[in-house]
Write a protein that binds this ligand. Structure first.
Ligand SMILES: [Mg+2]
Length: 233
């Protein structure tokens, strides 16, 4: 029996990565005049982000700083103050964008509640931005809790389990990222369901061995969980 269902936020409950793809395009266009032929500014940005993650953590603020750092680097210091201002505005558009829930989320969350599961959002990123997204989602009241974490690793999931007083085998995590929502969950002895998203951030890409249940849509989740629900026996 599953007691507690963890749901990832970005690209599981609401759209996220596709907004970054739009910003990547704008970033590419802005830096195009500065970069040597054959250098992809977005590839350079991914590298800068990777090296900054440990210091900045996840989220739009760190991403924006990484855009500025990359712009200065790939332009050899020639990028203008006006262009840096434009990069800051691009970051701001990401922070200000209204939450758009993915298809089927509200119905699914309601069905899981009706089936008697306890529900928790487990999401990582900037604290203020994630709080804003949770509030804007209109979903908060349907959940038993919201865990905004700085990293989704086995110790983090261990803390979530003890906070909710749930044994590992009675927890399932559902999300789009194998690296964040699947592998560290399996590592603590809990279960995971993978729902791949249309776009996946390059730093979240990982593989599982194929034994992890993979659903095409969150709409399939209640059926997958049927027979595991607290009220099914
Ligand atoms: Mg996600």
């Amino acid at each position: 029996v599953i007691e507690l269902v963890g749901l990832d936020g970005d690209d599981t409950l609401w759209r996220n990565e596709e907004w970054f793809a739009e910003v990547h395009q704008a970033f590419h266009g802005l830096l195009d005049p500065y970069v040597p032929a054959g250098l992809d500014p977005v590839g350079a940005l991914n590298e800068v982000e990777r090296r900054n993650l440990e210091l900045f953590g996840y989220g739009v603020k760190g991403f924006t700083l990484s855009m500025i750092e990359t712009a200065i680097e790939v332009s050899g210091g020639r990028v203008s103050a006006g262009e840096i201002q434009r990069l800051i505005e691009l970051g701001r558009t990401l922070l200000a964008r209204p939450v758009e829930l993915l298809d089927g989320v509200v119905e699914t969350v309601d069905a899981l509640r009706d089936a008697g599961f306890r529900l928790v959002i487990v999401t990582k990123g900037d604290l203020v931005h994630q709080e804003t997204k949770v509030a804007g989602s209109g979903l908060a009241d349907k959940f038993d809790g919201v865990e905004i974490v700085s990293e989704k690793d086995p110790p983090t999931y261990g803390r979530v389990l003890s906070r909710y007083g749930v044994a590992a085998e009675r927890f399932v995590m559902v999300g789009n990222s194998v690296r964040s929502d699947v592998l560290p969950v399996l590592a603590v002895g809990a279960r995971a369901v993978h729902i791949p998203s249309a776009v996946t951030w390059v730093h979240e890409i990982a593989d599982h061995d194929g034994s992890v249940p993979t659903l095409a849509s969150i709409r399939e989740l209640p059926d997958w969980l049927a027979g595991n629900s607290p009220t099914s026996r």
